[in-house]
Ligand binder design. Sequence first.
Ligand code: 5GP
Length: 204
Amino acid sequence: MPRHSIAFPIVVSGPSGAGKTTLVDRLLAADPLIHRSISTTTRSPRAAEKEAVDYFFVDRGRFEKLKQNNELIEWAEVHGHLYGTRKAYVEEQLAAGFDVLLNIDIQGGDRVKREFPGAVMVFILPPSFADLEQRLRARGDLAATDFSVRLAAARVEISASARYDYLVVNDDLERAAGDLRGIITAERCRRERTAADVVKRLIE
Ligand code: 5GP
């Protein structure tokens, strides 16, 4: 599918348990012009997770090397583990005309926005705190300490939603997924993102 707009990074953040991954997977399945950035992390894979699909799983030594070599656009310590985004992948995808979706925390979001001022910032909100707690519990794959760490972090993260361009309340999956697609559609139509030749060839 040809595109008429310049590709941009899409940052999706939100507390653990807000349903980010489900929403992001929906968006990616519906829109072949968006590629997901696969983060690098020092945390261990969960049961269903695969290397190079969900994350690149590395030890701390390897992660430090990536940092030293300036290979990460951003990195952050989240819930006691390191997570980072590879610069080369994001730049290659944007240059090839794909929007790049980054499912990252609020610290990473701030850094990406500084590096790419045109990044679209979307924050996924749970409908209530009780709902968030329930969804996190239903995952069943988190150790008790991880669970309480994530709940404590959630309020801090939700406060940071003030720095995002768009808020999507995930009370109904269909509607929230539609909101997310709508945001991307609108952003692609922004005048400043329109490829220069689109208007030029109409008036010359
Ligand atoms: P999880 O361990 O549940 O997969 O992810 C925990 C948190 O780390 C989520 O909020 C997720 O958005 C964030 N995260 C995942 N990858 C990255 C990354 O590359 N950079 C940053 N800053 N955060 C990330």
